[in-house]
Ligand binder design. Sequence first.
Ligand code: ATP
Length: 239
Amino acid sequence: MSNILDVRNLETFYGPVMALRGVSIEVPEGQIVTILGANGAGKTTLMKTVSGALAPQKGVIYFQGERIDGHEPDSLVTRGLAHVPEGREVFPFLSVAENLAMGAFTRRDKAEVARDTEMVYDYFPVLKERRDQTAGTLSGGQQQMLSIGRGLMSRPSLMLLDEPSLGLSPLLVQEIFAIIRRLNKEQGVTILLVEQNAQVALQCADYGYVLEIGRIMMAGPTDKLLDSDDIREFYLGHG
Ligand code: ATP
């Protein structure tokens, strides 16, 4: 099994603040891998560094076998790496359909784009019902769905999802994670998932890493992590 993403010894700074202190992770093609960690651990920084929004000071990133550290985000989207950022950053004054079209901005194959729009609507029927509604008037859950849908419009082989559960009701969280699993199985999208909600992330993913203050402190298959006393105590809230 080859790794679609290989991150080695990554160091990322904000000015003098060292947010990533030598992070190495591997994401095998076809899997769902999760990064767990408390507030401020560096999860978002890791995602932004992989997607090209931040440049690392040290370390290398391989995507599909080629070095991508320091590359521009747009060029990575074209190559199949989509980043769905934390906080559902939809274009609030554009309609649902227009937001999805923005996700396909790198593509010229109109017929295929139309087919992919229908594919997104199949996964998220509520977006189809509301295709002409402005995105800013959608509920939080619907905006999260739109954010993921927009990411899918670039036809990613790897999708980075930053805290899709944030601010959603438990029922909606279950719904969104069920769709994430289906996208992985049915569309073959490899997923790197950042979560503070360890319970749902460990149920969804194949493999997990625990990030603490910029360092990977633990890693393993998710069934092993779910059995670990430390994970149970610190991340699942029961010992
Ligand atoms: P959260 O769940 O709150 O998003 P996180 O694990 O994603 O947390 P990061 O946002 O990656 O954590 O932050 C990692 C560290 O970098 C924290 O100490 C944070 O204070 C710091 N940091 C993040 N963004 C900046 C910034 N723009 N300028 C300075 N320091 C920052």
